[in-house]
Design a protein around this ligand. Structure first.
Ligand code: DO4
Ligand code: MG
Length: 275
C-alpha cells in the first residue's frame, strides 16, 4: 500500500486503485503508531477515486524533521576517508563505521525538502557535489518504523572533506533534500535483498549509474531509529535517511540541469533536476 500527499488531498493506492483519505491530517498520519493497519481499515470504507494525478504529488512531509545516518555502508566509509585524508579526518569515519553509536545528523525541515519533479540545489560555494540515494525510514512519534520512502541527501563533498566540523554546511541548505514519491506501508520490514539504484542523466545520456542493496547496510534500521529517539521527542513523527551505499567516482560532480533518478524496489522512483 502506498500513501501520497498531493495538492488534491491525501491518497492511498493499493492493487492499482486509488482512494482519497477524507478529513485526514498528514501530521497525525505520520505520527500514528500503526499507520499500515490504520490505512488498511480506511480503504475498507473508502470509494475508489479517479482524482489522483502524479502531477499533483507534493513532498511527503509537513511538520516532521528529517535526520540522516552516515557511514552506514562500507562504500561511504571509504569515500569519506579518502575525501578527508588531507584534513586528518579519515580516522573518524573508520571509527564511526564500527562504533556502537551511529553517526546521526540533522538534515532538513519540510521547507528545505523538494518532492518528485522538484529542483534540488548545489551550494553556490561548493565545487564537488553529489546526490546520495538513501532508503528513508518514516518513524511514528514513538520511533516505530511505520513506512519507507526514497531520499536524496544532497552533499557538498569538498566542504565535508575540508573539515568534518563543516558537515552541517555540507548537508543542510535550501533544496538539499528530496523525498518521495510516496510512503510505502507494509506489515513487515523491507527484504534485505531490496535494490537501490541511482542514475544521473546529463544532456540525454547517463553520466553515472550505480546500485547497491540493503544487504550492504551495516546497521539495523530500527536500531538507527532507537538512537535518534534517545532523549529526543518527535510529536509529528520524523524521517530518517539511512545512509548511502552508492558514491560516484571522485572525478564526478553534479551540474545544473542534471537529472537524478533514484529507484528503490517496492517503493518506486524519485526523479529530480538540479537547479
Ligand atoms: O559523515 C558524513 C555523512 C555521510 C553520509 O551522509 C552517508 O554516508 O550517507
Ligand atoms: Mg548521506
Amino acid at each position: 500500500m502506498k500513501l501520497y500527499r498531493t495538492r488534491n488531498g491525501i491518497f492511498l493506492s493499493s492493487d492499482g486503485s486509488f482512494c482519497r483519505l477524507e478529513n485526514a491530517s498528514w501530521d497525525a498520519l505520520i505520527a500514528h503508531e500503526d499507520l499500515y493497519a490504520h490505512c488498511l481499515a480506511s480503504t475498507k470504507n473508502a470509494q475508489p477515486s479517479n482524482e489522483f494525478s502524479e502531477a499533483d504529488i507534493l513532498p511527503p512531509i509537513e511538520n516532521q524533521e528529517v535526520w540522516a545516518a552516515g557511514v552506514t555502508y562500507y562504500r561511504s566509509r571509504s569515500a569519506r576517508m579518502e575525501e578527508s585524508k588531507d584534513a586528518g579526518g579519515g580516522d573518524f569515519y573508520d571509527r564511526v563505521y564500527s562504533a556502537e553509536r551511529p553517526e546521526l545528523f540533522f538534515k532538513a525541515t519540510g521547507r528545505r525538502v523538494v518532492g518528485p519533479g522538484g529542483k534540488v540545489r548545489i551550494r553556490s560555494d561548493a565545487k564537488w557535489s553529489v546526490p546520495e540515494p538513501e532508503l528513508t525510514l518514516v518513524l511514528s512519534s514513538s520511533g516505530r518504523i511505520v513506512g519507507y520512502t526514497i531520499g536524496n541527501d544532497m552533499s557538498s563533498r569538498d566542504i565535508e572533506g575540508e573539515n568534518p566540523l563543516y558537515l552541517p554546511q555540507a548537508k543542510v541548505y535550501e533544496g538539499s533534500c528530496a523525498l518521495g514519491p510516496c510512503i510505502l506501508l507494509r506489515p513487515d520490514p523491507l527484504p534485505k535483498e531490496t535494490q537501490i539504484s541511482l542514475r544521473i542523466v546529463r544532456g540525454g545520456e547517463a553520466a553515472f549509474s550505480g546500485k547497491t542493496a540493503l544487504t550492504e547496510l551495516k546497521r539495523d534500521p530500527q536500531l538507527l531509529a532507537d538512537y535518534l529517539y534517545r532523549d529526543n521527542s518527535f510529536p509529528y513523527g520524523s524521517f530518517l535517511m539511512t545512509g548511502t551505499g552508492i558514491v560516484p567516482p571522485d572525478s564526478f560532480t553534479l551540474e545544473s540541469g542534471d537529472q537524478i533518478e533514484i529507484s528503490i524496489e517496492h517503493i518506486g522512483t524519485l526523479s529530480n533536476t538540479v537547479a
